[in-house]
Design a protein around this ligand. Structure first.
Ligand code: ADP
Length: 441
Protein backbone atom coordinates (compact mmCIF):
# COMPACT_ATOMS: atom_id res chain seq x y z
CA UNK A 1 0.00 0.00 0.00
CA UNK A 2 0.99 3.61 -0.29
CA UNK A 3 1.31 3.86 3.47
CA UNK A 4 3.79 0.99 3.36
CA UNK A 5 5.93 2.79 0.80
CA UNK A 6 5.77 5.96 2.84
CA UNK A 7 6.98 4.05 5.87
CA UNK A 8 9.81 2.65 3.80
CA UNK A 9 10.74 6.12 2.62
CA UNK A 10 10.70 7.58 6.10
CA UNK A 11 12.99 4.86 7.35
CA UNK A 12 15.26 4.86 4.37
CA UNK A 13 17.93 7.12 5.82
CA UNK A 14 18.38 4.71 8.69
CA UNK A 15 17.86 1.37 7.04
CA UNK A 16 18.78 1.50 3.40
CA UNK A 17 22.11 1.36 1.82
CA UNK A 18 22.74 2.30 -1.78
CA UNK A 19 21.95 -0.60 -4.04
CA UNK A 20 24.88 -2.05 -5.88
CA UNK A 21 24.18 -3.42 -9.32
CA UNK A 22 25.57 -6.92 -8.73
CA UNK A 23 24.99 -9.44 -7.38
CA UNK A 24 21.22 -9.47 -7.45
CA UNK A 25 19.89 -9.15 -3.94
CA UNK A 26 17.31 -11.91 -3.60
CA UNK A 27 15.53 -10.26 -0.70
CA UNK A 28 15.11 -7.06 -2.69
CA UNK A 29 13.83 -8.91 -5.75
CA UNK A 30 11.36 -10.76 -3.56
CA UNK A 31 10.13 -7.51 -2.03
CA UNK A 32 9.78 -5.72 -5.36
CA UNK A 33 7.89 -8.68 -6.81
CA UNK A 34 5.52 -8.63 -3.87
CA UNK A 35 4.92 -4.96 -4.48
CA UNK A 36 4.38 -5.23 -8.22
CA UNK A 37 2.02 -8.18 -7.90
CA UNK A 38 -1.69 -7.52 -7.74
CA UNK A 39 -2.97 -11.07 -7.81
CA UNK A 40 -2.24 -14.70 -7.21
CA UNK A 41 0.23 -16.62 -9.37
CA UNK A 42 -1.74 -19.66 -10.51
CA UNK A 43 -0.22 -23.02 -11.26
CA UNK A 44 -1.28 -25.88 -13.48
CA UNK A 45 0.51 -28.47 -11.34
CA UNK A 46 -0.94 -30.23 -8.36
CA UNK A 47 0.51 -30.05 -4.87
CA UNK A 48 2.89 -32.86 -3.92
CA UNK A 49 2.78 -34.07 -0.34
CA UNK A 50 5.37 -35.96 1.66
CA UNK A 51 4.85 -36.93 5.25
CA UNK A 52 6.60 -39.18 7.63
CA UNK A 53 3.50 -40.91 8.88
CA UNK A 54 1.52 -41.74 5.74
CA UNK A 55 -1.37 -43.12 7.77
CA UNK A 56 -2.31 -39.76 9.31
CA UNK A 57 -5.21 -38.28 7.41
CA UNK A 58 -4.70 -35.24 5.23
CA UNK A 59 -7.49 -33.37 3.64
CA UNK A 60 -7.81 -30.39 1.39
CA UNK A 61 -10.46 -27.71 1.34
CA UNK A 62 -12.14 -26.00 -1.56
CA UNK A 63 -13.50 -23.07 0.42
CA UNK A 64 -12.44 -20.88 3.33
CA UNK A 65 -15.75 -21.62 5.04
CA UNK A 66 -14.75 -25.29 5.49
CA UNK A 67 -11.79 -24.27 7.63
CA UNK A 68 -11.92 -23.75 11.39
CA UNK A 69 -11.55 -19.97 11.02
CA UNK A 70 -13.07 -17.44 13.43
CA UNK A 71 -15.70 -15.23 11.83
CA UNK A 72 -13.46 -12.16 12.21
CA UNK A 73 -10.85 -13.92 10.09
CA UNK A 74 -13.35 -14.94 7.44
CA UNK A 75 -14.36 -11.29 7.26
CA UNK A 76 -10.69 -10.44 6.79
CA UNK A 77 -10.43 -12.98 3.96
CA UNK A 78 -13.44 -11.41 2.27
CA UNK A 79 -11.97 -7.93 2.66
CA UNK A 80 -8.88 -9.18 0.83
CA UNK A 81 -11.15 -10.28 -2.01
CA UNK A 82 -10.18 -13.96 -1.74
CA UNK A 83 -12.95 -16.16 -3.15
CA UNK A 84 -11.36 -19.51 -2.55
CA UNK A 85 -8.07 -20.92 -1.27
CA UNK A 86 -5.15 -20.99 -3.68
CA UNK A 87 -3.68 -24.37 -4.62
CA UNK A 88 -1.09 -24.33 -1.87
CA UNK A 89 -3.62 -23.00 0.65
CA UNK A 90 -6.06 -25.85 -0.10
CA UNK A 91 -3.59 -28.31 1.36
CA UNK A 92 -1.55 -26.13 3.73
CA UNK A 93 -4.35 -24.43 5.65
CA UNK A 94 -5.96 -27.62 7.05
CA UNK A 95 -2.49 -28.74 8.22
CA UNK A 96 -1.65 -25.37 9.73
CA UNK A 97 -4.96 -25.05 11.56
CA UNK A 98 -5.11 -28.68 12.74
CA UNK A 99 -5.33 -29.84 16.36
CA UNK A 100 -2.98 -31.08 17.65
CA UNK A 101 -0.77 -28.60 15.78
CA UNK A 102 1.34 -30.05 12.96
CA UNK A 103 4.67 -28.87 11.61
CA UNK A 104 4.84 -27.93 7.97
CA UNK A 105 7.40 -27.18 5.30
CA UNK A 106 5.86 -25.60 2.21
CA UNK A 107 7.60 -24.73 -1.00
CA UNK A 108 6.03 -22.87 -3.89
CA UNK A 109 7.05 -19.96 -6.00
CA UNK A 110 6.52 -16.42 -4.86
CA UNK A 111 2.96 -15.19 -5.31
CA UNK A 112 1.13 -18.47 -4.72
CA UNK A 113 -0.43 -17.51 -1.37
CA UNK A 114 2.02 -18.68 1.30
CA UNK A 115 2.07 -15.43 3.26
CA UNK A 116 -1.70 -15.15 3.37
CA UNK A 117 -1.81 -18.75 4.61
CA UNK A 118 0.59 -18.36 7.53
CA UNK A 119 -0.93 -15.01 8.45
CA UNK A 120 -4.26 -16.82 8.87
CA UNK A 121 -2.51 -19.45 10.99
CA UNK A 122 -0.89 -16.85 13.26
CA UNK A 123 -4.11 -14.92 13.70
CA UNK A 124 -5.93 -18.19 14.50
CA UNK A 125 -3.45 -19.37 17.11
CA UNK A 126 -3.24 -16.12 19.06
CA UNK A 127 -5.18 -15.84 22.26
CA UNK A 128 -6.31 -12.21 22.11
CA UNK A 129 -6.95 -11.94 25.83
CA UNK A 130 -3.29 -12.68 26.68
CA UNK A 131 -0.98 -9.79 25.93
CA UNK A 132 2.42 -11.48 25.72
CA UNK A 133 4.14 -12.69 22.50
CA UNK A 134 2.68 -15.98 21.23
CA UNK A 135 3.68 -16.13 17.56
CA UNK A 136 7.11 -15.37 16.13
CA UNK A 137 7.75 -14.85 12.45
CA UNK A 138 11.21 -14.48 10.95
CA UNK A 139 11.88 -12.78 7.61
CA UNK A 140 15.23 -12.07 5.96
CA UNK A 141 14.98 -8.26 5.86
CA UNK A 142 13.31 -5.34 7.55
CA UNK A 143 11.27 -4.53 4.45
CA UNK A 144 9.98 -8.09 4.04
CA UNK A 145 9.01 -8.16 7.72
CA UNK A 146 7.08 -4.94 7.24
CA UNK A 147 5.35 -6.38 4.19
CA UNK A 148 4.16 -9.40 6.21
CA UNK A 149 2.97 -6.99 8.90
CA UNK A 150 0.84 -5.17 6.32
CA UNK A 151 -0.87 -8.46 5.40
CA UNK A 152 -1.53 -9.23 9.09
CA UNK A 153 -2.98 -5.79 9.61
CA UNK A 154 -5.31 -6.18 6.62
CA UNK A 155 -6.49 -9.76 7.14
CA UNK A 156 -6.61 -9.22 10.90
CA UNK A 157 -8.41 -5.90 10.86
CA UNK A 158 -11.50 -7.37 12.56
CA UNK A 159 -9.43 -9.07 15.27
CA UNK A 160 -9.50 -5.96 17.40
CA UNK A 161 -7.32 -7.18 20.27
CA UNK A 162 -4.53 -8.77 18.25
CA UNK A 163 -1.49 -6.58 17.66
CA UNK A 164 1.87 -6.86 15.88
CA UNK A 165 5.35 -5.69 16.88
CA UNK A 166 8.39 -5.51 14.61
CA UNK A 167 11.64 -6.89 15.97
CA UNK A 168 13.87 -5.03 13.54
CA UNK A 169 16.98 -2.91 13.77
CA UNK A 170 16.23 0.44 15.34
CA UNK A 171 13.23 -0.76 17.35
CA UNK A 172 14.05 -1.30 21.01
CA UNK A 173 10.59 -2.62 21.79
CA UNK A 174 10.20 -0.21 24.70
CA UNK A 175 6.44 -0.50 24.81
CA UNK A 176 6.69 -4.29 25.16
CA UNK A 177 6.13 -6.70 22.29
CA UNK A 178 2.58 -7.59 21.28
CA UNK A 179 1.12 -11.07 20.65
CA UNK A 180 2.63 -11.42 17.16
CA UNK A 181 6.26 -10.46 16.68
CA UNK A 182 7.70 -10.27 13.17
CA UNK A 183 11.35 -9.58 12.70
CA UNK A 184 14.75 -10.33 11.33
CA UNK A 185 16.72 -13.14 12.99
CA UNK A 186 19.42 -10.92 14.58
CA UNK A 187 17.08 -8.54 16.36
CA UNK A 188 14.69 -11.35 17.29
CA UNK A 189 17.60 -13.19 18.87
CA UNK A 190 18.43 -10.10 20.96
CA UNK A 191 14.82 -9.69 22.00
CA UNK A 192 14.64 -13.33 23.07
CA UNK A 193 17.96 -13.74 24.88
CA UNK A 194 19.70 -10.39 25.44
CA UNK A 195 16.91 -7.99 26.39
CA UNK A 196 14.50 -10.79 27.30
CA UNK A 197 11.55 -8.94 25.83
CA UNK A 198 10.15 -12.26 24.64
CA UNK A 199 9.61 -15.33 26.79
CA UNK A 200 10.40 -18.03 24.23
CA UNK A 201 8.79 -20.69 26.40
CA UNK A 202 5.39 -19.13 25.76
CA UNK A 203 5.62 -19.23 21.96
CA UNK A 204 2.92 -21.35 20.33
CA UNK A 205 3.73 -20.80 16.68
CA UNK A 206 7.02 -20.16 14.92
CA UNK A 207 7.11 -19.15 11.25
CA UNK A 208 10.24 -18.98 9.16
CA UNK A 209 9.58 -17.25 5.86
CA UNK A 210 11.75 -17.13 2.72
CA UNK A 211 14.04 -19.87 3.98
CA UNK A 212 16.01 -19.94 0.73
CA UNK A 213 16.95 -16.28 1.13
CA UNK A 214 17.85 -16.83 4.80
CA UNK A 215 20.26 -19.55 3.76
CA UNK A 216 21.91 -17.34 1.17
CA UNK A 217 22.42 -14.50 3.61
CA UNK A 218 25.36 -14.77 5.95
CA UNK A 219 24.42 -15.59 9.50
CA UNK A 220 20.65 -15.61 9.19
CA UNK A 221 20.18 -19.36 9.19
CA UNK A 222 22.37 -19.81 12.31
CA UNK A 223 20.48 -17.09 14.16
CA UNK A 224 17.16 -18.65 13.15
CA UNK A 225 18.31 -22.04 14.42
CA UNK A 226 19.35 -20.59 17.78
CA UNK A 227 15.88 -19.16 18.26
CA UNK A 228 14.17 -22.31 17.07
CA UNK A 229 16.18 -24.50 19.46
CA UNK A 230 14.94 -22.56 22.47
CA UNK A 231 11.25 -22.94 21.61
CA UNK A 232 9.08 -25.24 23.74
CA UNK A 233 8.37 -28.76 22.61
CA UNK A 234 4.74 -28.24 21.65
CA UNK A 235 5.43 -25.14 19.57
CA UNK A 236 4.14 -25.44 16.00
CA UNK A 237 6.79 -24.76 13.35
CA UNK A 238 6.09 -23.63 9.80
CA UNK A 239 8.74 -23.03 7.16
CA UNK A 240 8.24 -21.48 3.73
CA UNK A 241 10.48 -21.23 0.74
CA UNK A 242 10.15 -20.30 -2.91
CA UNK A 243 12.83 -22.79 -3.96
CA UNK A 244 13.97 -26.10 -2.53
CA UNK A 245 17.53 -26.80 -3.51
CA UNK A 246 19.41 -29.34 -1.41
CA UNK A 247 20.82 -26.80 1.09
CA UNK A 248 17.35 -25.41 1.73
CA UNK A 249 15.87 -28.89 2.10
CA UNK A 250 18.58 -29.92 4.56
CA UNK A 251 18.14 -26.72 6.59
CA UNK A 252 14.37 -27.11 6.60
CA UNK A 253 14.52 -30.71 7.76
CA UNK A 254 17.01 -29.81 10.50
CA UNK A 255 14.94 -27.01 11.89
CA UNK A 256 11.45 -28.54 11.61
CA UNK A 257 10.86 -31.88 13.29
CA UNK A 258 8.48 -34.45 11.85
CA UNK A 259 6.97 -32.12 9.25
CA UNK A 260 4.45 -32.57 6.50
CA UNK A 261 6.21 -31.33 3.38
CA UNK A 262 4.18 -29.86 0.56
CA UNK A 263 5.51 -28.66 -2.76
CA UNK A 264 4.00 -26.95 -5.73
CA UNK A 265 6.01 -27.06 -8.91
CA UNK A 266 6.64 -23.87 -10.79
CA UNK A 267 5.09 -23.45 -14.22
CA UNK A 268 7.58 -23.00 -17.01
CA UNK A 269 7.64 -19.72 -18.87
CA UNK A 270 6.33 -19.93 -22.40
CA UNK A 271 5.99 -17.59 -25.33
CA UNK A 272 2.90 -19.31 -26.69
CA UNK A 273 0.50 -16.65 -25.54
CA UNK A 274 2.74 -13.74 -26.48
CA UNK A 275 2.70 -11.98 -29.80
CA UNK A 276 6.20 -10.92 -30.69
CA UNK A 277 7.11 -8.21 -33.17
CA UNK A 278 10.35 -6.60 -34.11
CA UNK A 279 11.27 -3.36 -35.76
CA UNK A 280 14.48 -2.97 -37.68
CA UNK A 281 16.07 0.35 -36.78
CA UNK A 282 19.30 2.11 -37.60
CA UNK A 283 19.51 4.63 -34.76
CA UNK A 284 17.94 5.35 -31.42
CA UNK A 285 15.89 8.12 -33.05
CA UNK A 286 14.47 5.55 -35.43
CA UNK A 287 13.71 3.26 -32.50
CA UNK A 288 11.90 6.12 -30.86
CA UNK A 289 9.84 6.74 -34.00
CA UNK A 290 8.92 3.05 -34.02
CA UNK A 291 7.84 3.33 -30.40
CA UNK A 292 5.69 6.36 -31.23
CA UNK A 293 4.12 4.31 -34.00
CA UNK A 294 3.17 1.62 -31.51
CA UNK A 295 1.47 4.24 -29.39
CA UNK A 296 -0.16 5.65 -32.50
CA UNK A 297 -1.58 2.36 -33.69
CA UNK A 298 -2.70 0.42 -30.61
CA UNK A 299 -4.14 1.34 -27.27
CA UNK A 300 -1.38 0.72 -24.80
CA UNK A 301 -2.55 0.28 -21.22
CA UNK A 302 0.67 0.00 -19.31
CA UNK A 303 4.03 -0.73 -20.85
CA UNK A 304 7.38 -1.75 -19.55
CA UNK A 305 10.33 -0.69 -21.67
CA UNK A 306 13.81 -2.15 -21.26
CA UNK A 307 16.97 -0.25 -22.10
CA UNK A 308 20.53 -1.46 -21.92
CA UNK A 309 22.10 1.48 -20.14
CA UNK A 310 21.13 4.14 -17.66
CA UNK A 311 21.95 6.77 -20.27
CA UNK A 312 19.57 5.44 -22.86
CA UNK A 313 16.89 5.01 -20.20
CA UNK A 314 17.29 8.67 -19.22
CA UNK A 315 17.21 9.78 -22.82
CA UNK A 316 14.09 7.77 -23.59
CA UNK A 317 12.38 8.94 -20.44
CA UNK A 318 13.00 12.56 -21.42
CA UNK A 319 11.75 12.08 -24.98
CA UNK A 320 8.61 10.31 -23.84
CA UNK A 321 7.89 12.85 -21.10
CA UNK A 322 8.22 15.66 -23.64
CA UNK A 323 5.68 13.86 -25.78
CA UNK A 324 3.24 13.86 -22.88
CA UNK A 325 3.67 10.33 -21.48
CA UNK A 326 3.70 9.77 -17.75
CA UNK A 327 6.96 7.93 -17.31
CA UNK A 328 8.64 6.28 -14.35
CA UNK A 329 12.19 5.08 -14.42
CA UNK A 330 13.77 2.19 -12.56
CA UNK A 331 17.53 2.17 -12.38
CA UNK A 332 20.11 0.56 -10.16
CA UNK A 333 21.10 3.89 -8.59
CA UNK A 334 17.83 4.04 -6.68
CA UNK A 335 17.59 2.73 -3.16
CA UNK A 336 15.26 -0.20 -2.62
CA UNK A 337 12.77 2.17 -0.97
CA UNK A 338 12.80 4.44 -4.01
CA UNK A 339 12.40 1.44 -6.31
CA UNK A 340 9.53 0.16 -4.21
CA UNK A 341 7.92 3.55 -4.54
CA UNK A 342 8.37 3.66 -8.33
CA UNK A 343 6.86 0.19 -8.67
CA UNK A 344 3.98 1.00 -6.36
CA UNK A 345 3.08 4.12 -8.34
CA UNK A 346 3.26 2.17 -11.60
CA UNK A 347 1.09 -0.57 -10.11
CA UNK A 348 -1.43 2.03 -9.00
CA UNK A 349 -1.54 3.35 -12.55
CA UNK A 350 -0.05 6.75 -11.68
CA UNK A 351 2.48 6.21 -14.44
CA UNK A 352 1.66 4.31 -17.59
CA UNK A 353 5.21 3.67 -18.73
CA UNK A 354 7.96 2.06 -16.72
CA UNK A 355 11.43 2.28 -18.22
CA UNK A 356 13.95 -0.07 -16.66
CA UNK A 357 17.55 -0.97 -17.19
CA UNK A 358 18.32 -4.62 -17.48
CA UNK A 359 20.31 -4.94 -14.29
CA UNK A 360 17.65 -3.31 -12.24
CA UNK A 361 14.75 -5.28 -13.65
CA UNK A 362 16.43 -8.67 -13.33
CA UNK A 363 14.19 -11.06 -11.46
CA UNK A 364 11.24 -8.71 -11.42
CA UNK A 365 8.07 -10.39 -12.50
CA UNK A 366 6.22 -8.33 -15.06
CA UNK A 367 3.33 -10.70 -15.61
CA UNK A 368 0.89 -7.90 -14.86
CA UNK A 369 2.08 -5.76 -17.73
CA UNK A 370 0.55 -6.46 -21.11
CA UNK A 371 3.06 -4.70 -23.31
CA UNK A 372 6.79 -5.15 -23.10
CA UNK A 373 9.17 -3.22 -25.32
CA UNK A 374 12.82 -4.14 -25.71
CA UNK A 375 14.30 -0.82 -26.70
CA UNK A 376 17.49 -2.83 -26.87
CA UNK A 377 17.55 -6.61 -27.06
CA UNK A 378 19.23 -8.11 -24.02
CA UNK A 379 22.83 -9.13 -24.43
CA UNK A 380 25.27 -10.81 -22.11
CA UNK A 381 29.02 -11.12 -22.16
CA UNK A 382 30.84 -10.15 -25.36
CA UNK A 383 27.57 -8.73 -26.61
CA UNK A 384 26.12 -12.17 -27.17
CA UNK A 385 22.32 -12.42 -27.22
CA UNK A 386 20.90 -13.24 -23.82
CA UNK A 387 17.99 -15.54 -24.64
CA UNK A 388 17.13 -16.26 -21.03
CA UNK A 389 16.68 -12.62 -20.12
CA UNK A 390 14.56 -12.17 -23.25
CA UNK A 391 12.31 -15.01 -22.11
CA UNK A 392 12.07 -13.62 -18.59
CA UNK A 393 11.23 -10.17 -19.84
CA UNK A 394 8.38 -11.20 -22.08
CA UNK A 395 7.44 -14.79 -21.17
CA UNK A 396 4.39 -15.75 -19.16
CA UNK A 397 3.44 -18.91 -17.37
CA UNK A 398 1.34 -21.44 -19.27
CA UNK A 399 -2.38 -21.71 -18.96
CA UNK A 400 -3.12 -18.84 -16.63
CA UNK A 401 -0.77 -16.18 -17.99
CA UNK A 402 -2.53 -13.25 -19.55
CA UNK A 403 -2.06 -12.72 -23.26
CA UNK A 404 0.85 -10.44 -23.90
CA UNK A 405 2.48 -8.51 -26.67
CA UNK A 406 6.15 -7.73 -27.04
CA UNK A 407 8.00 -5.39 -29.37
CA UNK A 408 11.72 -5.42 -29.90
CA UNK A 409 13.79 -2.74 -31.56
CA UNK A 410 16.51 -4.51 -33.45
CA UNK A 411 19.63 -2.87 -34.74
CA UNK A 412 20.00 -3.65 -38.42
CA UNK A 413 23.05 -5.87 -37.97
CA UNK A 414 21.17 -8.20 -35.63
CA UNK A 415 18.20 -8.90 -37.85
CA UNK A 416 19.34 -12.29 -39.02
CA UNK A 417 19.54 -13.53 -35.46
CA UNK A 418 16.03 -12.41 -34.69
CA UNK A 419 14.62 -14.00 -37.80
CA UNK A 420 16.25 -17.26 -36.80
CA UNK A 421 14.39 -17.04 -33.50
CA UNK A 422 11.14 -16.86 -35.42
CA UNK A 423 9.72 -13.53 -34.39
CA UNK A 424 7.41 -11.77 -36.81
CA UNK A 425 8.69 -8.58 -38.37
CA UNK A 426 6.87 -5.29 -38.15
CA UNK A 427 9.31 -3.57 -40.37
CA UNK A 428 6.62 -1.51 -41.98
CA UNK A 429 5.51 -0.39 -38.51
CA UNK A 430 2.13 -2.01 -38.96
CA UNK A 431 0.56 -4.02 -36.18
CA UNK A 432 -1.99 -6.78 -36.52
CA UNK A 433 -5.57 -5.59 -36.58
CA UNK A 434 -6.38 -7.96 -33.74
CA UNK A 435 -3.95 -6.17 -31.44
CA UNK A 436 -5.39 -2.73 -31.96
CA UNK A 437 -7.48 -2.75 -28.84
CA UNK A 438 -4.74 -4.26 -26.72
CA UNK A 439 -4.61 -2.92 -23.22
CA UNK A 440 -8.32 -2.17 -23.14
CA UNK A 441 -9.33 -5.77 -22.66
P1 ADP B 1 3.50 -15.70 -1.44
O1 ADP B 1 3.66 -15.53 0.04
O2 ADP B 1 3.51 -17.13 -1.86
O3 ADP B 1 4.45 -14.85 -2.23
P2 ADP B 1 1.08 -14.15 -1.11
O4 ADP B 1 0.40 -14.74 0.08
O5 ADP B 1 1.83 -12.88 -0.89
O6 ADP B 1 2.03 -15.20 -1.83
O7 ADP B 1 -0.03 -13.97 -2.23
C1 ADP B 1 0.25 -13.40 -3.51
C2 ADP B 1 -0.88 -12.49 -3.94
O8 ADP B 1 -2.07 -13.25 -4.06
C3 ADP B 1 -1.18 -11.40 -2.92
O9 ADP B 1 -1.57 -10.24 -3.65
C4 ADP B 1 -2.34 -11.96 -2.12
O10 ADP B 1 -3.15 -10.93 -1.59
C5 ADP B 1 -3.08 -12.78 -3.17
N1 ADP B 1 -3.75 -13.96 -2.61
C6 ADP B 1 -3.32 -14.80 -1.65
N2 ADP B 1 -4.21 -15.78 -1.43
C7 ADP B 1 -5.24 -15.58 -2.27
C8 ADP B 1 -6.49 -16.25 -2.55
N3 ADP B 1 -6.86 -17.34 -1.88
N4 ADP B 1 -7.29 -15.73 -3.50
C9 ADP B 1 -6.93 -14.62 -4.18
N5 ADP B 1 -5.79 -13.93 -3.98
C10 ADP B 1 -4.94 -14.40 -3.05
Amino acid sequence: SEAFCERLLIKKSVFFKRVSAFPVDLAEVSLLNKLIRTSLVESSHSVEILQQDPSSPLFSVKSFEELPLKKELLQGVYIMGFNRPSKIQEMALPIMLAYPPQNLIAQSQSGTGKTAAFVLAMLSRVNATEKYPQCLCLAPTYELALQIGCVIETIGRFCADVKVTYAVRGNRGESGPEQIVIGTPGTMLDWCFKCRLIDVKKIKLFVLDEADIMIDTQGLSCQSMRIQRALPKGCQMLLFSATFKETVRAFAMRIISNPVVIKLRKDELTLSNIRQYFFVCRSREEKYRALCNIYGSITVGQAMIFCQTRRSADWLSMEMSQDGHQVAILTAELTVAQRANVIQRFRDGKEKVLIATNVCARGIDVQQVTIVVNFTLPTGQKNRPDFETYLHRIGRTGRFGKKGIAFSMVESQNVELVVRQGMSSSNNHEVDESDRSHGQN
